[in-house]
Design a protein around this ligand. Structure first.
Ligand SMILES: [Zn+2]
Length: 244
C-alpha cells in the first residue's frame, strides 16, 4: 500500500498503476510530489522543464521514425519538422497525423502526435485487440479520442507544460468493436472495482492495466487517477517529472 502512504520512490506511478481508488481527498499533482519526496522536481522552472521535454523528443531522428512508422502499417501523413518550440514552449518536433493504426483501428479524431509516440501504437493496439477478442468477442475498429495536440499546462500545475503541448500524449475515450456498442470510459469504467460486472467494464479494466506494462509509454492515467480523467485514458511518453 505504498500508494496510500505516498512515501515510496515511485509513489506517483504506483498509485495510478495499482488501480486502487484515489484517496478520499483529491490531491493535486504538486501535493502528490511533495508527499512522494520529489522536491527536486518542484524546483525546476517551467522553461527548464519545457526545454528538457522538448530536447528529449527533438533529438530523435524524424526521418528514421517515419520509415519505421510506415512499416507498422499505420496510415498517416507527416507534418513539417520543427527546429524549436514556439514562444509558449509548444509544438511537435516530428509530427504526424495518424488516421488509422497498425491493426486497422480508425482514430476519430485523428491523432496529431510526435512520431515517437506513434511508434507505440503497435503495442497499444495489440493490448486493445487481445482484450477485445477476449471480453467482447470482436476486434476494435474505432477509437474515439478527446484530443491529442493542445498548447497548455498540466491541469492544476501551471508551471509544467502538458505533454499534449508537445504532441507527446493521447486521450482515448471510447473503443468501438466491429459489432456492438462502444466501450466508453465514462459510462463503462467501474472505479475501484477489481472484477467489473460487465464485459465492457472488464475490457476497459484489462487494457488500462496492461497499458502500463506493455504499451511502451511512460504514463497512463484514467478514472482511478482523478476526476479530470473520468472520461478517458491518457497515455504519454514524457520524461518523468524527476527524470534527468
Ligand atoms: Zn491527456
Amino acid at each position: 500500500m505504498a500508494a496510500a502512504s505516498g512515501l515510496s520512490s515511485d509513489a506517483l506511478a504506483d498509485s495510478a498503476k495499482s488501480g486502487k481508488p484515489a484517496p478520499a481527498k483529491p490531491l493535486t499533482i504538486v501535493e502528490r510530489l511533495k508527499r512522494a519526496g520529489r522536491l527536486a522536481a518542484l524546483a525546476e522552472t517551467r522553461s527548464e522543464h519545457a526545454k528538457r521535454q522538448w530536447e528529449h523528443l527533438a533529438s530523435a531522428d524524424g526521418a528514421q521514425c517515419r520509415e519505421a512508422l510506415k512499416k507498422t502499417g499505420a496510415v498517416f501523413r507527416s507534418l513539417p519538422d520543427r527546429e524549436k518550440p514556439d514562444q509558449k514552449g509548444c509544438g511537435i518536433p516530428h509530427g504526424v497525423i495518424v488516421t488509422k493504426g497498425p491493426t486497422g483501428i480508425t482514430y476519430a479524431g485523428p491523432l496529431m502526435i510526435d512520431c515517437s509516440l506513434a511508434l507505440t501504437l503497435p503495442a497499444v493496439e495489440k493490448v486493445i485487440q487481445e482484450e477485445a477478442l477476449k471480453h467482447l468477442g470482436e476486434p476494435i475498429t474505432r477509437v474515439t479520442t478527446l484530443g491529442t495536440y493542445s498548447c497548455r499546462s498540466v491541469r492544476g500545475w501551471k508551471d509544467r507544460i502538458s505533454q499534449h503541448a508537445l504532441g507527446n500524449a493521447m486521450d482515448m475515450a471510447a473503443f468501438t468493436p466491429k459489432k456492438g456498442l462502444p466501450a466508453s470510459v465514462m459510462r463503462d469504467y467501474q472505479i475501484g472495482v477489481d472484477q467489473p460486472t460487465t464485459a465492457r467494464g472488464r475490457f476497459l479494466r484489462a487494457i488500462y492495466g496492461r497499458f502500463w506494462s506493455e504499451a511502451g509509454v511512460t504514463r497512463v492515467l484514467g478514472p482511478e487517477w482523478d476526476a479530470a480523467h473520468r472520461d478517458h485514458f491518457h497515455l504519454d511518453s514524457g520524461l518523468r517529472f524527476w527524470q534527468r
